[in-house]
Design a protein around this ligand. Sequence first.
Ligand code: FA5
Ligand code: MG
Length: 448
Amino acid sequence: VPRHYSTSPSKPSTVTLNGKSYPCDDHTNVPPHIAQCLSRKLHLIPNHPISITRSLIESQFPSPVYKSYNTLLPVVTVGQNFDSLGFPLDHPGRSRTDTYYVNKDTVLRTHTSAHQADTFRLRESDGFTISADVYRRDAIDRSHYPVFHQMEGARMWSRDSVPNGDIAAAIWKEIEQMPRHDLKVEDTAGAWDAERNPVQSEHTDAEAEAVAAHLKRSLENVVVEVFGQARKAAIAAGEAKESEVEEPLKVRWIEAYFPFTSPSYELEVFWQGDWLELLGCGVVKQELLKNADCNDQIGWAFGVGLERVSMLLFNIPDIRLFWSQDARFLSQFTPSTITRFQPFSKFPPCHKDVAFWLPSSTTSAAGGNTMGVFHENDMMEVVRDVAGDDAEDVRCIDEFVHPKTGKKSLCFRVNYRSLERTLTNDETNQMHEKVRQALVERYGVELR
Ligand code: FA5
Ligand code: MG
């Protein structure tokens, strides 16, 4: 497998993903270590914590109202991932520093929302969930990995099939039938702030209010069910006191912005002393529904990060563990059950720094953002490519512009640590030397 995919003169003319070959062009930036992840499908392995989390949340959105789609392929068009959702052309998410391009028209989906429009268009049910692997060029640390999993959820109501076309009344009637939960909810989201988080001109306030209420209640019920079970597991493991557990769980709604919903919210949960972001959601933009031939409908959508939830439920301290093929990891889990992860002993870390001057007019080979500078995500990718999951985190610890030459210097600290064994000094030195050489070869930096 060629490791140098970006600047090497023998750049391949096609890239193979899930057994299918796609033509490359100057947008292509999918490295082999990412291409290899496509076949893993962690969300479909029955005793894997990502899959257990998926099916627990899915069970809160039962059929026949909700249909679940869990095998949609990750290679999508720029149209599906961005255009259909109303992302402006200059949105940073579209840049090659943030997104894996198969070629200029095709990307690895960055979120499950890439499938919203197509799934609305199918009209196979009143609601749906979509669970899948998603891909982003991003930081390296214990909570970020370039591949993670999301679940999209959506619910629609057609104006043509409710009494008198009164969607709001129909939704409120449904909400009355929903289970009431014991949850402490803070709601500071500026839902009705016409400027910051407006109701769409196509909707009445009453409609948007009903849709948002149904959305919030549905997701609050997920938190009660899923985190309620996690609490029991924590008590059983002797981690939490029974007395703490008499307090209701706490969540809060925060105002948010997404190009494809309005109003929009984020949901946070208070868990072991911190507020943690779980998901983004909102009332679906009518433009999107119209383009999917569903202008008779209005509805909500959400997108939740399954690793985030799973790390909390199972007490998994490092996101790399989800990719472990080590039996000491996988053998700990049972389908449909939340148990607390028992860490195998922690192996020693080893920090190494690399400092370098950027060439004066760098064009980032893999990233190539419009500023024509080296992007932090380029560093992340070099490390992932060389060290794989033996890199625990990478941080920029110094940035400096020479007052006379105007040249820029960066210093990164790479923390090497295997989850499965102790790395020898020699191994770590060799990996670090490869990182240094790859920076020179791919980006023309001058090592200091
Ligand atoms: C989205 O991806 C939107 N598509 C969510 C959405 C769907 C909004 C439908 C409205 C309607 P965001 O980039 O914030 O939004 O990611 C959603 C969730 O994915 C986050 O709340 C978080 O739980 C998870 N997530 C995001 N980035 C990462 C990451 N690098 N690693 C792990 N989880 C992540
Ligand atoms: Mg976010």
